[in-house]
Design a protein around this ligand. Sequence first.
Ligand SMILES: *Cc1c(COP(=O)(O)O)cnc(C)c1O
Length: 393
Amino acid sequence: MSNQPYRIPVARPVLDEREAEAARRVILSGWVTQGPEVAAFEREFAAFVGAPHACAVSNCTTALHLALKAIGIGLDDEVITVSHSFIATANAVRYCGAIPVFVDIEADGYNIDVGLIEAAITRRTRAILCVHQLGMPCDLARIVEIGQSHGIPVIEDAACATGSEILWEGNWEKIGKPHGDIACFSFHPRKVVTTGDGGMLTTRNPEYDEKFRLWRQHGMSVPDTVRHGSSQVIYETYPEIGYNYRMTDVQAAIGRVQLERLPGIVARRREIALDYARRLAGIEGVAAPREPDWAQSNWQSYCVRLLGAGQRATMQALLDRGISTRRGIMNAHLEGAYLDRGCSVLGSDLARSEAAQNSSIILPLSVQMSEADLAYIAGTLGEVLSRRGRAAA
Ligand SMILES: *Cc1c(COP(=O)(O)O)cnc(C)c1O
């Protein structure tokens, strides 16, 4: 169809003059790499999630790499995780020379099926890497319990979950308040707040935090900020191999503004998700996502199940009418990078992961969306699905 009424993007970051001004301030200060803005962003992020330590890095993939490295993951160790995630989750395990052990997801969601974890534990299991997929918290309480009973650390891939909350012993807590050992966040533009690219690690363990700071800056014993501020000549040393995983001060300054916006962004996203659920309840052939009563998603993505209609045909019909969507989350085990079975182990049947990839679609969700956009999307989806229903009958 050529006469598109308008085009609704699947996602849009919230950025305006305030972020531009923050970037300008840093540029004109003369210090643009990791420095005082990164330190301030870390303090503010730690306070926001309620973590003793927060360390900023270049993105969530590097955060995951450092997290796994900090708990000692190495060659041929096994890390229990999901295949049903963005490929960076599994890749970070491979960066350590370790083997991701993929277990399936829940029947009615996109997070790890906790009931499958214990059967996947072997003598070589060294970590559980759980994902709060699409911003929806996974069942961290049960995962931490399993980890503790087997002496296995828990790393949270919270890439999508900045601002998501979980009910913990009767209190609502932000994801990133450490219950697992380390949580990793992303500030890619596809997430709810962005620094262009960027990542953060939170932990309660000061030794891990110290390692992150050493490794993100080439393993340098004395950071450049300290040398620049010193009245004494200082020679730095390099006691171990590190990486360049720094966030810049330009990014951090943008991140500080985004963090101020975050509560408002999440509140609006929750309103939109409620509105979606109400509207989708009246449409046959589609199932809205479920939110457990102990979780509050930030609704980084609004992913629905198609009950029968073809995924690609539905997405195309929506695109033809000006609505852009994405297919549901991918599965790493189906990609070329993981087809060589030496790269991964199937810790369970992955039938639900595969079904989710093939039958779910991500609907547009952005703070900028209007009531009219929502009504148009729901109305159009209903129309497209009923047409398919009739065609199939
Ligand atoms: C986006 C994402 C990542 C990677 O984040 P980057 O900051 O882009 O490296 C990792 N895991 C999950 C689940 C993600 O959604």
